[in-house]
Design a protein around this ligand. Sequence first.
Ligand code: SF4
Length: 161
Amino acid sequence: MSKIAGIYWDDTAAAPGISLSVYFSGCHFHCPGCHNPEAWDFNYGQDFSFEIIKEIIDKLNKNGVKRSLSILGGEPLCDENLIAVQALIDWCKQTYPDLVIYVWTGYTLEELKARKLSIIDHILSQITCLIDGRFEIDKRDTTLPLRGSSNQRIIKLNDIK
Ligand code: SF4
């Protein structure tokens, strides 16, 4: 079962505007200088559950404020977290079809596609923007929006409705 390292209900740092940010636990990449090494551990944090999905759905538009959904880690798109990430995205989009979703992953888009998994193709078809690639400390740049190092890319996958 996937674990959640943390949730920020009103996050103004991860993405443009206000985002509800969900950090999945577990990452195999172990990039030197990673900003979130405690989330490398797949057993870190609380269990992912349907109750958490329901709470996220309740709070995405709380007080009439339309939030985006940010999915980070750890590594949300490793094999261990794919089912949970798909469930989170599908349930949220069922309630909010125009939900803007950002996903941060250490995989490049090419690496994701090369895995040839229908669940990954489905996730990529549902999200608005992918921020891809491992953090590379020699390419660290704190001035870049949404990214920690210049090798990482912001890839718009689907239009904002
Ligand atoms: S892929 Fe992301 S979470 Fe994983 S070690 Fe690299 S920077 Fe940290």
